[in-house]
Design a binder for this molecule. Structure first.
Ligand SMILES: Cc1ncc(COP(=O)(O)O)c(C=O)c1O
Length: 452
């Protein structure tokens, strides 16, 4: 086998990266069907013999790059998707060379240190308690899962039930309360944890999808209440400052799914939206959304690190002795990439002001989309409080979205909001410029008027 990695390979990879990133400005966002069809070139029998890494890089760039979706650029507004910030991407590449398994101190002192510091910066930026524990996971789904596992542990421990050892068979019942607009990832986490996604109490929400505080009644007994910062459609945030003080009790655990909305806390102009979030017991936040680090990256934060550790920790003779510290003690996974590296690089390169500007700029763009589309005669279905805009194009909404996706100037997807088909614009990328917004608006308005 001749698998020497030379500086030529690294230069080639860097050249291809640069070529790709430069092309994002001018290329269509979705690949063409022909470009997607060409992916068939990858579908070959496993080669019998080794080859130079250059060969595979050439193949990847020639056929893989064109068939990607340009979500790393500034005109992708589907789902809630960030792009990798320059410092985060470059750090991620360097960390690729390090190839660290960041679960254990003895495997990666650097990985552990950067997770600790990035975790502290994160708590500072989000206004959360500095003594809270953090776990770097794959995204908000796993962060919700992990936070809720800590909740399950803590509430049952109070009742002298060891859920890690004895499971839920015969355990005291924990009630689970969510808003009617709960994100599916919370339901998934609840089902994985044995609570069942249907055995929950749903609290009615207002027209924006915010839980109605006056409708929350918590009966006696251990209860988990899941609140939401950032509705995946409307961007709305539950009124935490009204809800949490009303329900706080020793046997009530409040978890906040703040996948993207919790980032409002990092700006002076929007932090009022998440006022009261600090009072919760655990929080889930994505880094690959609004912090704009490469996939896959999210963080669970838990007020009492002991609950996180007790629900996640494992011991074995080949591992460091029980009681020792190590990132893997706070996450479901053991071996994993050093997610703290690109999180550190993103936060370092932005600084407090850059982070606030990134969040505020996305929200400014979202408000501009809403205003311009409204002025063009289309209805906006949500209060644009954050980075999400829901547009009603009437009977032609689906056709308009499909046509926009084909056109390629930008990419948007749909949803159903309170019974209405809507186009959903999510502005989450650092790379989106005023020009990107204007070009996308022009495409939206001309497509809608052609089809409307
Ligand atoms: C509110 C909310 N929670 C959780 C998630 C799941 O996040 P991830 O896909 O990073 O697991 C999302 C994703 O859009 C979300 O918007």
């Amino acid at each position: 086998m001749s698998q020497q990695l030379t500086v030529d390979h690294l230069h080639l990879a860097a050249d291809y990266m640069q070529d790709y990133l430069k092309g994002l400005k001018s290329r269509r966002v979705a690949p063409t069907p022909e470009q997607v069809k060409q992916l068939d070139v990858f579908d070959i029998p496993l080669p019998d013999s080794s080859s130079d890494p250059k060969e595979v890089l050439n193949l990847l760039h020639e056929y893989g790059s064109p068939a990607t979706v340009a979500s790393a650029g500034g005109r992708y507004f589907g789902y809630v998707i960030g792009s990798a910030l320059p410092a985060a991407l470059a750090a991620y590449c360097l960390a690729g060379a390090w190839d660290q398994c960041a679960g254990l101190h003895v495997l990666s002192p650097t990985g552990e240190k950067l997770e600790q510091v990035a975790g502290n910066w994160l708590k500072q930026s989000l206004g959360l308690p500095m003594e809270a524990g953090t776990g770097f996971v794959t995204g908000a789904t796993m962060a919700n899962f992990t936070g809720l596992a800590a909740a399950r542990h803590a509430l049952l421990k109070q009742l002298n039930w060891n859920v890690e050892a004895n499971g839920l068979y015969g355990a005291p019942e924990i009630k689970v309360v969510v808003g009617d607009e709960v994100h599916v990832s919370v339901l998934k986490a609840l089902s994985l944890l044995g609570f069942g996604s249907e055995r929950i109490t749903r609290i009615p929400v207002d027209a924006q999808g915010r839980m109605k505080p006056q409708q929350i009644e918590i009966g006696a007994g251990p209860t988990i209440v899941c609140l939401q910062a950032g509705n995946v459609d409307s961007g709305a945030i539950d009124p935490m400052h009204e809800i949490i003080p009303k329900i706080q009790r020793d046997d009530v655990w409040v978890h906040i799914d703040g996948a993207f909305g919790l980032w409002a806390a990092a700006t002076p102009t929007l932090s009022h939206l998440v006022q009261g979030a600090v009072l919760a017991d655990s929080w889930a936040v994505d880094l690959h959304k609004w912090l704009n680090v490469p996939y896959d990256s999210g963080v669970v934060i838990c007020r009492d690190p002991q609950h996180l550790r007790a629900s996640m920790s494992v011991n074995a003779a080949y591992l460091p002795p029980p009681g020792s510290q190590g990132p893997y003690q706070y996450t479901p996974g053991m071996s994993r990439r050093a997610r703290g590296v690109d999180a550190y690089a993103a936060l370092y390169s932005l600084g407090r002001s850059g982070l606030a500007e990134l969040i505020e700029k996305s929200c400014r763009h979202a408000r501009h989309f809403a205003k311009a589309l409204q002025e063009a005669g289309y209805q906006i279905l949500n209060e644009v409080v954050l980075n999400q805009v829901l547009v009603d194009f009437g009977d032609h909404t689906d056709q308009i979205m499909e046509s926009l996706q084909k056109d390629g100037t930008c990419w948007v997807a749909g949803t159903t909001w309170q019974g209405k088909n809507a186009m959903r614009i999510s502005v989450s990328s650092w790379a989106t410029t005023d020009d990107d917004v204007e070009r996308s608006l022009a495409a939206m308005i001309s497509t809608a008027s052609d089809l409307g």
